[in-house]
Design a protein around this ligand. Structure first.
Ligand SMILES: C[S@@+](CC[C@H](N)C(=O)[O-])C[C@H]1O[C@@H](n2cnc3c(N)ncnc32)[C@H](O)[C@@H]1O
Length: 232
């Protein structure tokens, strides 16, 4: 988020960020606030939860006005944040709820990072939404433990996870990544990071997918593509 949205936050008149559905403990909100404060010292973060007990338990971690917690859902409690993070929230919902959740959050004017990760953060996939629609899709993996890129499929955002079947763009993209990863096995002698970089370079060279960013992100185990994309 500091990389992709730091410029937006730095330029915002009121740099407010919401962590929606922060969960059983506010640890992700606290860490996000610390990281984003490197973009801008006057940045404020509000953790919102639909569960009032979780809000009450988070209150001792509040550091107002920079870090606060409150009850709220997709309407964002009437706040007008520049950026919202909603990780591992929509995964609990039926897919039919996704479009309305996206448009409700978009009504506040916020950019939204919406996706899913595994419990210890080694596999993550998220959309960047603008005006309630995806603009990009990012994959992020802990490379030393990655068997093959399609392992990320288990952590696709709700809008994609049930569509990862042959004939769909997401299935084609993961298949292309697996093929490139297999072809880059030789680079694995230099480590998983080098193998991932070679994999993404091959994807770029094939020209089928609109890969965003550069090697500084790939070396972290990330890949971002414009989304939606047909992989034409
Ligand atoms: C699995 S936890 C995610 C915690 C944290 N975001 C993370 O990724 O580690 C999902 C949380 O979302 C909350 N939640 C579900 N629907 C919500 C909604 N519409 N608005 C706010 N929070 C919601 C749940 O109460 C739960 O605490």
């Amino acid at each position: 988020m500091t990389h992709a949205l730091g410029g937006t936050l730095a330029a915002a008149p009121d740099p407010l960020v919401v962590d929606l559905g922060f969960g059983a403990t506010p640890v992700t909100t606290v860490e996000m606030a610390a990281r984003l404060a490197t973009c801008r010292r006057d940045l404020r973060v509000v953790g919102l939860e639909i569960d009032p007990d979780r809000v009450a338990e988070a209150l001792p971690s509040a550091r107002p006005p920079m870090l606060e917690f409150a009850r709220g859902g997709f309407e964002l409690a009437g706040l007008a944040p520049v950026v919202v993070r909603a990780m591992n929230v929509l995964r609990q919902y039926d897919e039919r709820a996704v479009a309305s959740a996206w448009s409700t959050m978009a009504a506040t004017g916020a950019l939204v990072v919406e996706g899913t990760c595994d419990e210890i953060g080694r596999r993550a996939c998220w959309f960047l939404l603008r005006d309630g629609r995806p603009k990009s899709l990012t994959f992020s993996a802990h490379l030393p433990s990655l068997g093959r890129p399609s392992e990320l499929a288990e952590r696709l955002p709700k809008a994609l996870i049930e569509h990862n079947v042959p004939g769909t763009p997401i299935h084609a993209l993961l298949a292309d990544l697996d093929a490139a990863w297999a072809a880059a096995a030789g680079r694995g002698v230099f480590g998983a990071r080098q193998r991932w970089i070679a994999t993404v370079e091959a994807l770029v060279a094939a020209g089928r997918w609109p890969v965003l960013g550069g090697v500084r992100r790939w070396r972290l185990g990330e890949l971002t593509v414009t989304w939606p994309s047909e992989g034409a």
